[in-house]
Design a protein around this ligand. Structure first.
Ligand code: SAM
Length: 191
């Protein structure tokens, strides 16, 4: 036992993948062979965090952006697109895997303001989102080893891994401590 959590097939190797690719100006992720009815619900991509990740990092008080139909809970309270999570009050320890593309920036700005919880976004460390809402505010980062295979709203794991590496971002020292000791394969960096 080396303290490393085995999350099995969540983290899929890149070799041999039929990759998810960025499509169009909004940079939404789409698997080219996927039927359109699978891709979109209410005009947004519905790529869910594998349950094992939120189970290990939780419990969370709030997920401000969750699907209307979800296969499992990520927090005690969920806001959906019907509530518009950005218009609601945020409370407690937040889990945030925000909508993709141009949407991500607003959600991460709100998370930085809230400053309590853990976020999961692509490790595009050069972007304005990172320079405005991650680097100056976050307490710690866990760069995930390999690429995550996200899930469909029915709980099925995507057949391919994401088109970019992911990073877990801790807001607040206690959340950084959780990332450091959670056992999810990757490299922790304290900020
Ligand atoms: C990348 S998915 C992540 C879902 C979930 N948070 C998780 O970690 O599995 C982003 C979610 O945000 C939802 N969403 C999009 N716009 C929203 C809004 N304005 N308010 C609340 N949820 C929204 C989408 O329906 C989608 O389920």
């Amino acid at each position: 036992m080396d303290g490393t959590l085995n999350l099995g097939p969540i983290f899929q190797p890149r070799s041999g993948d039929s990759p998810l690719v960025e499509v169009g100006s909004s940079a939404v992720l789409e698997r080219r062979s996927m039927a359109s009815h699978e891709r979109v619900l209410s005009g947004k991509e519905e790529w869910l965090t594998p349950k094992e990740i939120t189970d290990v990092l939780g419990p969370f008080d709030l997920d401000p952006c969750s699907p209307i139909v979800r296969p499992w809970s990520t927090a005690k309270t969920h806001y959906t697109i019907k509530d518009d999570g950005l218009k609601q009050l945020w409370h407690g320890r937040v889990w945030l895997n925000p909508p993709y593309g141009n949407e991500t920036e607003k959600w991460m700005a709100r998370m930085a303001q809230h400053n309590d919880g853990i976020s999961l976004i692509f490790a595009r460390t050069e972007t304005a989102t990172w320079f405005d809402s991650v680097w100056p505010v976050a307490a710690g980062l866990l760069f995930i080893k390999g690429r995550i295979a996200f899930c469909h709203v029915d709980g099925r794991r995507a057949g391919t891994s994401a088109g970019a590496p992911s990073c877990l971002i801790a807001y607040g020292q206690s959340n950084a401590e959780r990332l450091k000791t959670c056992g999810i394969p990757g490299r922790f960096v304290a900020l």
